[in-house]
Design a protein around this ligand. Structure first.
Ligand code: BEZ
Ligand code: FE
Length: 279
């Protein structure tokens, strides 16, 4: 393994990992090494560009803590998250589509009774959210666990307030015997993804805006069904066609309806796919 050049170094690395016992790991690493080397050759990467890339990833890591996940954000703005979601969540017609998880879900959100106010002090216009969880034949799914999270009227999630000690705009509910659920919250608004880190620098350098159209996050878990990670997006939002993280699906767009008393309502029905039934 001497005198390797720009053409022979790739095979030398591949030869070294040829004995990787885990077949899947070997397959993934082989693809990664091959594509990384081809990429460097294609763009004729300079040493200072490689260093700039390393610096960027270092800053990305330094920006992460238990409340901030800059690597997820990076994957999101590069479309990698949505690509992975699309490949891994093909479903039969009629099932609710999946979209990106995003970096703002937290474990341990409070459990609420049906009908409760999950805003718990988050700012915003009042909104009642109703809907059902069913299977593709319209059969109600009782006892499904609905994890909900959203930003407030300023466009911030509770975890973005360093001094806030309660959970706001997030909670866990269960569907009723007839598959229905309802909760009170605040109206979702469009918001920019965090731009105070390297991902923000990347957006700026590439002339991209950081906005996401208004949405509510849902993760729905039910026994014998695939877990659904999705959003409901607000119809009419100006960013539906330019979501910074490529997450919008037309079937997930719904109307937030202003009622005579000034309050908003949103109704959305979710359809789960049985476990182990890819399309
Ligand atoms: C979110 O909707 O919470 C989100 C998703 C991807 C990147 C940033 C935020
Ligand atoms: Fe969000």
């Amino acid at each position: 393994m001497r005198n390797l050049d720009e053409h022979t170094v790739t095979q030398a690395v591949l030869d070294l990992i040829a004995g990787t016992p885990d077949a899947r790991l070997k397959f993934i690493l082989t693809g990664l090494i091959t594509h990384l080397h081809d990429f460097a050759r294609e763009v004729k990467m300079t040493e200072s560009e490689l260093q700039a890339g390393i610096d960027f990833l270092t800053k990305t890591g330094h920006k992460c803590d238990d409340k901030r996940q800059e690597f997820i954000l990076l994957s999101d703005v590069l479309g990698l998250s949505m690509l992975t979601v699309a490949m891994n969540n093909r479903k039969p017609e009629g099932c609710t589509e999946s979209t990106v998880f995003g970096p703002f879900h937290v474990d341990g959100a409070p459990a609420y009774e049906n009908g409760a106010d999950i805003a718990n002090g988050a700012s915003g216009e009042p909104c009642l959210v109703t809907g059902t969880v069913k299977d593709r034949n319209g059969v109600p799914i009782a006892g499904a666990e609905l994890h909900v999270w959203q930003a407030d009227s300023v466009g911030n999630y509770d975890v973005q307030y360093p001094d806030l000690e309660t959970h706001q705009g997030r909670g866990v509910l269960r569907s009723q015997e007839d598959g229905s659920f309802e909760f009170r919250t605040v109206v979702a608004v469009a918001y920019p993804i965090p731009v105070d880190g390297p991902v923000g620098d990347l957006l700026l350098a590439t002339g991209r805006h950081p906005w996401r159209p208004a949405h509510l996050h849902f993760m729905i878990k039910a026994k014998n069904y695939q877990t659904l990670v999705t959003h409901v997006f607000r119809n009419g939002d100006q960013y539906l066609d330019s979501d910074a993280v490529f997450g919008v699906r037309q079937t997930l767009v719904a109307d937030w309806v202003k009622q005579a008393d000034g309050r908003y309502t949103l109704n959305y029905d979710f359809v789960l796919n049985p476990a182990n039934q890819a399309h």
